[in-house]
Design a protein around this ligand. Structure first.
Ligand code: 13P
Length: 244
């Protein structure tokens, strides 16, 4: 991965036609050097379309995957199937998987291991709920979510962390620069070799102050990554602030 990294998590949005138009606009408006700092995580159904439109200029991620190579797992997608589509990375442990779909830490740990063992890169998401923050348990929760990392051994270099406070996702409530600095600082202390992205209501009008933190290596962007001009503004602001 090339940092700063601006990662678009499209979640359950974008038909193939919409994805094609987005990618055409993105590549027309951004130079190749800047495109190398971009990652797009389309829904599974648009991965092949995005991969063929972007032809290697942008990294491509899936939004989840199973840990087994194949088998009787209805509704799941394996790492081998993703590699076959030209995927480079997989988002694992996103808060919507943990909280909306009730993926346990055990399942998330299996998925993470499956991804890095397949040779794919993992964007591993951690973050606390509002209730956990308000009861002073933020760092205990993060610590429990980080537990699988030391056991990955040398495959740890295939991990990018993403700090996404659950209360800031899709709510318009961005974490303060102080809150981001505190958590990112702690994550960097714990895993000094890992890059850490921030995610949660990132927009073109707040990215400048977030990206100016040295402990922020980029952003994982949901809603604002669906509009190409807004996403472009976030990319440009970040690259300027980071001096790229
Ligand atoms: P929003 O940018 O829509 O808050 O979503 C953040 C996120 O969940 C990215 O993975």
């Amino acid at each position: 991965m090339k940092y700063p990294l601006l990662a678009a998590n499209w979640k359950m949005n974008m038909t193939r036609d919409q994805a094609r138009t987005f990618c055409r606009d993105l590549t027309a408006k951004l130079d190749p050097a800047s495109l190398s700092h971009v990652l797009i995580a389309p829904p599974y159904t648009a991965i092949e379309t995005v991969a063929s439109c972007l032809s290697g200029s942008v990294r491509i991620a899936a939004q989840n995957c199973h840990f087994a190579p194949n088998g009787a797992f209805t509704g799941e997608i394996s790492t081998g199937m993703l590699i076959d589509l030209g995927v480079n990375a997989v988002i694992i442990g996103h808060s919507e998987r943990r909280h909306v779909f009730h993926e346990s830490q055990d399942l998330v740990t299996h998925r993470l291991r499956g991804v890095v063992e397949s040779g794919l890169h993992a964007i591993y998401c951690v973050g606390e709920t509002l209730e956990e923050r308000e009861s002073g348990r933020t760092f205990d929760v993060l610590e429990a979510q980080l537990e699988p990392l030391p056991n990955l051994g040398s495959a740890l270099d295939k991990v990018t962390l993403a700090y996404e406070p659950v209360w800031a996702i899709g709510t318009g409530k961005v974490a303060s620069v102080e809150q981001i600095a505190e958590v990112h600082g702690r994550l960097k202390e714990r895993f000094s070799s890992l890059a850490v992205l921030y995610g949660g209501s990132v927009k073109s009008d707040n990215i400048r102050s977030i990206a100016s933190l040295s402990s922020v290596d980029g952003a994982l962007i949901g809603g604002a990554s669906l509009k190409v001009d807004e996403f472009l503004a976030i990319i440009r602001e970040t690259l300027i602030v980071k001096g790229v």
